[in-house]
Design a protein around this ligand. Structure first.
Ligand code: GLN
Length: 469
């Protein structure tokens, strides 16, 4: 098999069998990037020290004191800080912002010896489902270059799917790992809120954000997750280490009235995958999840509220783009007008509106209450089943420019929202292909499970894909 085809797990094995070196692996990925990235626009920057780092990894591998991630190339979303590197969050506002410290996830990967190939394209400040809101141009879907790879972690998804890297780090606020994973045929995990530190992740919606892994196999996804997770004194919302929870049964709840509006071929594919699982001993149960359709509207109140506060710090004074003007107010105005793109501005305005006195009760408080109702529904559902399954997205990758109406883009995350709003983990697993304009496009199946049961998600994902332990 060609080196870029290998999974991270297979590369780690190859190192131990001395079949190839980290320098070999890095070289072949760099040459893949050289060949493909102009078109795909998955990487915004490829790091100039990747080969140097590969040499160090080889030295470490030779001592025998290496981890499974030593010398494994990884693509990092542009909103996760790597000390001394630009982290622009896909925005002009932070176009020259150099990270002053490592994100905890990055620090842990450095300790493990992982090799950072570069930073990947994304929707500005992680707002979007296509990477079309990047200030640096859209990334493209490797399966059809006229289509989006999804977003906001679309650059990492395109990079991993196109074999430019075996592993990708993404972030989620509502679907930004699962949706691009679905659209690019990858496995992507949104961890339990608090399982992975947010320290060094440029904030979008702090009560929703999580960093998570993207890969081509379940084993790789699990390996990357294991390396980045865990309590962190720098993020007070991280959860104390535990041996992990387990689920009680192999019962899968299917909220049929919630998923009925997905594209007919997507639903059909989903049903086929459910039958595969039934044949492997899972029990399929129809469930009612009446609050689920309200997840997205609640998210589109809560998230902009948090965005408007988190992005207030970009005032042209402390850091970020600075546009000189004749007085302070004008400097604020011009810096923000120039630095932020249209979608970011839309959400800041919406967020300031829903938090303003008079509207706070009508919108923000109601959305927060809905969040509680969804959590109660989930508690009731998880009393009877261990998993909830849905398609990850209502359809496959759409054409660049097709979803100009913001609301039609927002609907991409209809099935993602409940997990982010309630903090439960969810995984997207490759779930077959559907045809659009003569092209076979990947789609994903999503599984959700109770908090801290990522292990159960990995095992159902393995069962679906027929992947060995
Ligand atoms: N598509 C969602 C949004 O636009 C998801 C963002 C995310 O998960 N970072 O807000």
């Amino acid at each position: 098999m060609e080196l870029p085809e290998l999974s991270a797990t297979a590369i780690a094995k190859g190192y131990r069998a001395k079949e190839f070196s980290a320098v070999d692996v890095t070289r072949t990925h760099l040459s893949r990037i050289e060949k493909e990235n102009k078109e795909l626009n998955a990487f915004l920057e490829v790091f100039d020290d990747a080969l140097e780092e590969a040499k160090k990894a080889d030295a470490r591998l030779a001592t025998g004191d290496a981890s499974l991630l030593t010398g494994i190339p990884i693509a990092v979303k542009d909103n996760i800080l790597i000390k001394g590197r630009i982290a622009s969050a896909g925005s002009k506002m932070l176009g020259s912002h150099v990270a002053a410290y490592d994100a905890t996830a990055v620090a842990r990967l450095k300790t493990a010896g992982a090799l950072f190939l570069g930073r990947t394209n994304m929707d500005e400040f992680a707002m979007g489902s296509s990477t079309e809101h990047s200030a640096y141009g859209p990334a493209r879907n490797p399966y059809d270059h006229s289509r989006v790879p999804g977003g906001s972690s679309g650059g990492s998804a395109a990079a991993v799917a196109a074999r430019l890297a075996p592993l990708g780090l993404g972030s989620e606020t509502c679907g930004s790992i699962r949706q691009p994973s679905s659209l690019c045929g990858l496995v992507g995990l949104k961890p339990t809120y608090g399982e992975v530190s947010r320290y060094g992740l440029i904030a979008m919606g702090s009560s929703l954000d999580q960093i998570g892994p993207m890969a081509r196999t379940v084993a790789d996804t699990q390996m990357l997750f294991a390396a980045i997770r865990g309590e962190d004194p720098n993020d007070g919302t991280t959860l104390p280490d535990s041996s992990g929870e387990s689920v009680q049964s192999k019962k899968i709840g299917i909220p049929r009235s919630f998923i009925k509006d997905a594209a007919p071929d997507v639903v059909q594919n989903f049903e086929t995958k459910m039958r595969t699982l039934a044949a492997k001993g899972y029990e399929l149960v129809d469930i009612e999840f009446p609050s689920a359709p309200y997840g997205l509207p609640a998210y589109y109140i809560i998230m902009p509220a948090e965005v408007s506060t988190n992005l207030a710090r970009f005032d042209g004074m402390r850091y970020g783009l600075h546009v000189p003007a004749k007085n302070l107010l004008e400097e604020y105005e011009l810096s923000r007008a120039e630095g932020f793109g249209p979608e970011t501005k839309r959400r800041i305005i919406l967020g300031a509106y829903v938090l303003s006195s008079g509207y706070y009760d009508a919108y923000y408080r109601k959305a927060t209450a809905l969040r509680g109702v969804i959590a109660e529904d989930l508690k009731r559902i998880f009393d009877t089943v261990s998993y909830i399954a849905t398609p990850t997205t209502p359809g496959p990758a759409f054409r660049i420019g097709e979803k100009g109406d913001p609301v039609s883009m927002y609907l991409e995350d209809i099935f993602s929202a409940p997990a982010n709003l309630t903090g439960i983990p969810a995984i997207s697993v490759p779930g077959g292909f559907v045809e659009r304009e003569g092209n076979a496009l990947p789609i994903g199946v999503q599984f959700m499970s109770p908090k801290r049961t990522e292990g159960a998600l990995f095992s159902i994902a393995r069962d679906l894909l027929g992947e060995d332990e």
